[in-house]
Write a protein that binds this ligand. Sequence first.
Ligand code: CMP
Length: 139
Amino acid sequence: MMEQTLAILKPDAVRKKFSGAILARYEKEGFRICALKTRLLSKAEAEGFYAVHRERPFFASLVDFMVSGPVILVVLQKENAILAHRQLMGATDPAKAEKETLRALYGESIEYNAVHGSDSAETARFEIPYFFSTVEIVG
Ligand code: CMP
């Protein structure tokens, strides 16, 4: 099934100039980049995006990190894109991520983990329109 997923290149990856390598990897792995923009998120936007985690002890720190510098928001499309992107990212904690996954290559800690990806079809249906209007996505 052709699917779309939201990827975020997080402030740590952008700051370290890993964006080009990550985007190149997406294309190499057969994803199509349907939409892309650089944004400095507001605190309210980051809190809303990660609202499912608001009771977690790391929530405030996660929000502070996500607004600490520009992020690159990307809509990726491919057959089974959501699972394919999750596999390409690797485990949340880069120390536990498989070799050659994006988080193993570019992440440095469970919080500074370089990339975000939608974790289910339901999440993607929330996350993609959170940042992109229909006319911005070339499917
Ligand atoms: P992400 O895939 O963007 O979804 C939620 C984020 O919360 C996750 O990546 C991590 O950056 C962060 N996160 C998850 N677990 C922890 C944790 N135990 N401590 C700090 N940050 C975490």
